[in-house]
Design a protein around this ligand. Structure first.
Ligand code: 5GP
Ligand code: ZN
Length: 149
């Protein structure tokens, strides 16, 4: 699915050298570069080279390459930053807070006392909600399992 022209995509422009990017890693299928916003140091984005808008649109090879690169870069970020931990996440679609329509993994180092990102706040708030009972969890698990092809 492509709803925008890749020539207008900021991440495609970075990948093609038509906009500035601070690259951490590049191979034939993926690239990692510094996020332009650094509320905490060493915040990195990992992307497929192809203009793919959301995780739903990744093929198996792209998905594998994206996660493999993310893990490699995450190790490097942890070693370089001395952070206590990392969040690996991606916002999928506008309702989930995806601003750039080119799928990207966020590598977000966490340091003692740093603030929660807005995109993580709703998750933290959800942690305060009552838990569904086991039968409901089982029902959802079975539904997801059935749809795995
Ligand atoms: P999203 O909100 O789509 O999950 O994440 C988009 C990310 O891209 C944000 O963290 C934002 O700071 C970053 N970003 C937006 N424009 C640019 C840019 O021109 N260069 C770089 N390096 N990062 C960008
Ligand atoms: Zn793109």
């Amino acid at each position: 699915m492509t709803t925008i022209n890749p020539s207008e995509c900021i991440f495609c422009r970075i990948l093609n050298g038509r906009a500035p990017g601070s690259f951490v890693y590049q191979d034939d299928f993926t690239a990692a570069f510094m996020d332009i916003r650094q509320p905490v140091p060493y915040r990195v984005l990992v992307v497929p080279r192809a203009h793919v808008e959301t995780v739903y649109d990744l093929d198996a090879a792209q998905a594998e390459a994206l996660f493999r690169t993310t893990v490699q870069v995450a190790r490097a970020v942890k070693a370089a930053s001395g952070c206590e931990g990392l969040n690996l996440f991606q916002n999928n679609g506008p309702l989930a807070g995806q601003d750039v329509p080119h799928v990207h993994m966020h590598i977000l180092p966490r340091y003692p006392g740093d603030a929660l990102q807005p995109s993580l706040k709703s998750f933290a708030q959800a942690m305060g909600l009552p838990m569904p009972d086991r039968a409901e969890l089982d029902r959802m698990a079975a539904e997801l399992r059935a749809s795995l092809a």
